[in-house]
Design a protein around this ligand. Structure first.
Ligand code: G1P
Length: 289
């Protein structure tokens, strides 16, 4: 059953994409195509499949292509109509009709926490989701829907986590937690990108959050942390001290598509699953050395 309470998602998309240079010098990293769809379309589709109606995208300079992607394209639609490409026309139209879109500009790259704070006036006093589009999670139940279910069942914010290798902990927010049921942990503390020797666990925050607006006043007070950025993780750490906060282990194959190697792996996985491209692509891969 889908929750009726979580209607809005914030998708931060103002980051500079430094992990993927030079591709991201003049093009948004959110528009990198995984087979034939940009990363941010997977994010929006996951949100919609989880019951979200309003998509709030935090953009910045050089990100115009994102707005164009979710807008109508009359010239293209006329062209497809004229050429009898009915299915393609339907697919293209659907992109602009899938949800309500709203854009907020983050004028300076001050960090993920600051990006989320930019949408405060659009959230009001209802719980909401945050979804980071470079984390692609593929599985039968959308990752955000798994979190919303946990949020509905409990009485506190929920963040999505997955176990990573010890050597990888320095790339993520890492929780210290106490398991309370199946894949659910009570969050006791969080640390942003710790050195492997300092990490309190191997459970990494994987870019999915369901929170109440109580996070906003905390974010407002949060001072720059790791990499001199206002970190969402630091605000969550403070939240966990004043209210129950949970971490739900997310089921599904996760790809860090904002990283070059992660992106290549995601591309191979999604291409092999594609009904048209999969078989010839597999034949090609098999004849490689
Ligand atoms: C952000 C968060 C981090 C989280 C990660 C997931 O980091 O700050 O806590 O683990 O996303 O991808 P970023 O990758 O934006 O540096």
């Amino acid at each position: 059953m889908l929750s009726t309470a979580i209607r809005k998602v914030i998708i931060p998309a103002a980051g500079l994409g430094t992990r993927f240079l030079p591709a991201t010098k003049a093009s948004p990293k959110e528009m990198l195509p995984l087979v034939d769809k940009p990363l941010i379309q997977y994010a929006v589709e996951e949100a919609v499949a989880s019951g979200i109606e309003d998509i709030i995208i935090i953009t910045g300079r050089g990100k115009r292509a994102i707005e164009d992607h979710f807008d109508r394209s009359f010239e293209l639609e006329e062209n497809l109509k004229g050429n009898g490409k009915a299915q393609l026309l339907k697919d293209i139209r659907r992109i602009s009709e899938i949800a309500n879109f709203c854009y907020v500009r983050q004028s300076e790259a001050l960090g993920l926490g600051h990006a989320v704070l930019c949408a405060r006036h659009l959230i009001g006093d209802e719980p909401f989701a945050i979804l980071l589009s470079d984390e692609i999670i593929d599985g039968p139940v959308p990752a955000l829907a798994q979190l919303i279910q946990a949020y509905d069942a409990g009485n506190g914010g929920v963040i999505g986590v997955k176990k990573v290798q010890r050597a990888e902990v320095s790339q993520y927010g890492i929780i210290a937690g106490r398991r309370v049921a199946g894949g659910l942990h009570r969050v006791l503390d969080l640390v942003e990108k710790p050195a492997p020797s300092q990490a309190p666990s191997r459970f990494a925050v994987i870019g999915r959050y369901v929170l109440s607006p109580d996070i906003f006043p905390i974010l407002e007070r949060t001072t720059p942390g790791k990499n001199r950025e206002i970190q969402l993780t630091d605000a969550l750490r403070c939240l966990a001290r004043q209210a129950p906060l949970y971490a739900q282990e997310i089921q599904g194959q996760r790809h860090d598509a904002g990283d070059k190697l992660g992106f290549l792996k995601a591309t191979v996985d999604f291409a092999l699953k594609n009904p048209v491209l999969g078989p010839p692509f597999l034949r090609y891969l098999k004849q490689l050395r």
